[in-house]
Design a binder for this molecule. Structure first.
Ligand code: VG1
Ligand code: CO
Length: 544
């Protein structure tokens, strides 16, 4: 048995987990002791894992393999009994969540910066997930951060790198490392949730699809399930090999970075469905022929139709959405007579609601949708649920969306991001706006009258914890909203997100162009925040 090494270290600044773990540029993680400090801070913040199992895997981005070797040695040195790692160091975020749950593991470490670009100058990230398979709650991330500021040593082993490409078990110090097929357990889970026979019949009837894995982690999963199990034509999955730099692309399945799919979906001879997922496999993009479906509408549509899939045939216990996500899902919950929960941004806030059986389906406007099958959002799951619904309803995406709007009304929705602005300007803008909130209710701007304005705070109904300062909301009398938030996942400067929503009940007015439908709210958002003055920017960098 190899000797455990205790290495002296000193705190390194800036190891503060954000919305979804710690995210920084790759060179930051490559600095001496940086990864080790953060991983030891995680282990020092946990209790009772001696002899237990840890799941480890990542999205295959640059530095994934190096970081995993560090984590494996440290997990063994810190006393975990078993470490389960995906072959090649690969595990999509939802597959990691599933493995933690199905193995009854103590927790897991997921190496990913999600939809952020990869490569030597790209981003990297480390996230800790707890035994329910979900992201660590604030209580733990706060403890981890506190520990990074006092840490003075970490534990590791003096052992050579392990071969991560061969499935099997190998001893590492006092622990056993199991290298497992990253796809198998996830594929079995999907087969239990969805009617694979019905989806196979859909493809056999001539249904066509394009799934872009964006050279990121979902390639192996999508090929095995869509082309393998479900009989989609070879070539349905494009960019299906995970690459360390995602082929130089930005693995974010939005209208900017997946514009080629939008163009395809609106071209002559478009496939019936265009879909994509992000770097770590937890986001989804859904575009029907001539119909883009907004992420907020995706949540509402899946919630309204989930009962058509075997895994949800008993109906939903409730629906949860992040605060900035549109209210489209609330209308579905109201019609179904089930609970509806509004949480801060970030998947970690859904965990308690799912564990307590209060919610079955959750979603965020940032293109994450998921259910109680794991404790992360799940890109391929969302695509498969769409396929199951399409297989049962035998209607096109566009027709289903229009029927939905006719039934519930349409929530016009858009997010405007101002990326990499100077932090001082962004903070000053938010501070000014926060100070102005109490003066807004009752004020009239054209047709818009402010009903209320606040800084969103969340009281968790399960563990009774409180989270404050989760976004500035301005709510109007007609149900429209403007929300301002600073991103917690960026790695350079600050990113301001402005979320704009307007509800339109009249079916005769459901075919407006989105930005046109929201124009008055967009200009009011600019006016109230003085964003030009604070950031020097004339326009957002990304509109989704
Ligand atoms: C963004 C999204 C948020 C999402 C988070 C992680 O956070 O807005 O909805 O949960 O990314 O997504 P922020 O703080 O930058 O707005 V992923 O695909 O990284 O796991
Ligand atoms: Co992601």
């Amino acid at each position: 048995m190899s000797m455990i090494k205790t290495v002296a270290t000193t705190p390194i600044a800036g190891q503060k987990p954000g919305t979804s773990g710690l995210r920084k540029k790759v060179p930051v993680f490559q600095a001496p002791h940086y990864v080790e400090n953060f991983v030891q801070a995680i282990f020092d913040s946990l209790e009772g894992f001696a002899g237990k199992t840890l799941v480890v895997g990542g999205d295959g981005r640059y530095f994934n393999r190096e970081a995993i070797q560090i984590v494996l040695r440290m997990a063994a040195a810190n006393g975990f009994g078993r470490v389960v790692v995906g072959r090649g160091g690969i595990l999509s975020t939802p597959a990691a969540s599933n493995l933690i749950r199905s193995l009854g593991a103590f927790g897991g470490i997921v190496l990913s910066a999600s939809h952020n670009p990869g490569g030597p100058d790209g981003d990297f990230g480390i996230k800790y997930n707890i035994g329910n398979g979900g992201p660590a709650p604030e209580k733990i991330t706060d403890a981890v951060f506190a520990r990074t500021t006092t840490i003075d040593r970490y534990l590791t082993l003096a052992t050579p790198d392990l071969d991560l490409d061969r499935i099997g078990e190998v001893a590492l110090g006092g622990a056993t490392v199991s290298v497992v097929d990253p796809v198998a357990a996830y594929r079995d889970l999907m087969a239990r949730l969805f009617d694979f026979d019905a989806i196979r019949a859909l493809f056999a009837s001539g249904f066509t699809m394009r799934f872009d894995a964006m050279s990121a982690v979902t390639g192996p999963y999508a090929k095995a399930i869509l082309e393998g199990d479900l009989g989609a034509a070879p070539g349905t999955v494009i960019n299906g090999e995970p690459l360390p730099d995602f082929g130089g692309h930005h693995p974010d399945p939005n209208l900017v970075h997946a514009k080629h799919l939008l163009d395809l979906a609106f071209s002559a001879g478009a496939p019936d469905l265009c879909a994509a997922s992000d770097g770590d496999g937890d986001r989804n993009l859904i575009i029907g022929r001539n119909r883009f479906v907004t992420p907020s509408d995706r949540l509402a549509l899946l919630a309204a139709n989930a009962h058509l899939a075997p895994g949800y045939k008993a109906g939903l216990a409730g629906i949860a959405r992040s605060m900035p996500t549109s209210g489209a899902a609330d209308r579905v919950a109201a019609k179904l007579g089930i609970g509806c929960y509004e949480t801060p941004t970030g998947w970690k806030y859904f965990g308690n609601l799912l564990d307590a059986g209060l919610a079955t389906i959750c979603g965020e406007e940032s293109a994450g949708t998921g259910s109680d099958h794991v404790r992360e959002k799940d890109g391929l799951w969302a695509v498969l649920l769409w396929l199951n619904i399409l297989a049962v309803r035998r209607q096109g995406v566009d027709e289903i969306v229009r029927e939905h709007w006719a039934t519930y009304g349409r929530n016009y929705y858009s997010r405007h991001d101002y990326e990499e602005v100077a932090s001082d300007g962004a903070n000053a803008m938010m501070a000014d706006l926060r100070a102005a909130l109490p003066s807004l209710p009752g004020r009239r701007f054209g047709d818009l009258v402010v009903a209320s304005a606040d800084d969103f705070a969340y009281h968790d109904p399960v563990d009774h914890s409180d989270s404050r300062n989760q976004g500035l909301r301005i709510l109007f009398a007609d149900g429209s909203r403007i929300v301002f938030r600073l991103s917690g996942t960026g790695t350079a400067g600050a990113t301001i997100r402005i979320y704009i929503e307007r509800f339109e009940p009249d079916p005769a007015r459901h075919e407006q162009e989105t930005q046109a439908a929201l124009a008055d709210l967009v200009s009011l958002a600019g006016e109230l925040s003085a964003i030009r003055r604070h950031t020097g920017r004339d326009a957002p960098t990304v509109i989704t």
